[in-house]
Structure formats: C-alpha cells, structure tokens
Ligand binder design. Sequence first.
Ligand code: F3S
Length: 70
Amino acid sequence: MAPKLLRVKVDRERCQGHARCFALAPELFALDEFGNGRERGDGLVAATLEDKARLAQANCPELAIEVTEE
Ligand code: F3S
C-alpha cells in the first residue's frame, strides 16, 4: 500500500489572519500581504511535518485549515 500523502489548504473565505498556522508551522504556511494564511506551494506535507500540519489545523480559530489525505 502506498504511504498516504497529506495536503494542507487554507480556506480563503474562512481565514481571518490569526497567523497561528504560520507561527506553528512556517514550513507549511506563509502569510500574504494582508496577513492571511496561505499554504506553501502545492500544500503537500512531508512525512516529518504531519504533526505540525495537524497542530496548525487544531489551532486555527476560524477552522480555516483543511488537511486531506490522498
Ligand atoms: Fe488564517 Fe487560521 Fe492561519 S485564521 S492565518 S488560517 S491560523
């Protein structure tokens, strides 16, 4: 069985710029010019960063971070 791939994505409609994602997982998230969170690149999460992806998701006050498995 192929190992699962995690991908993070910020819901642009929900994000209010709390920046918890960037504070907790700067490898996975950046802030745009308005201070709103954005997944870096295509959002794919290296295996070593899976815990950080889950942590960021759990700490977004707007529930704006989606973590999907592929
Ligand atoms: Fe936005 Fe949540 Fe990050 S509100 S900036 S996705 S912590």
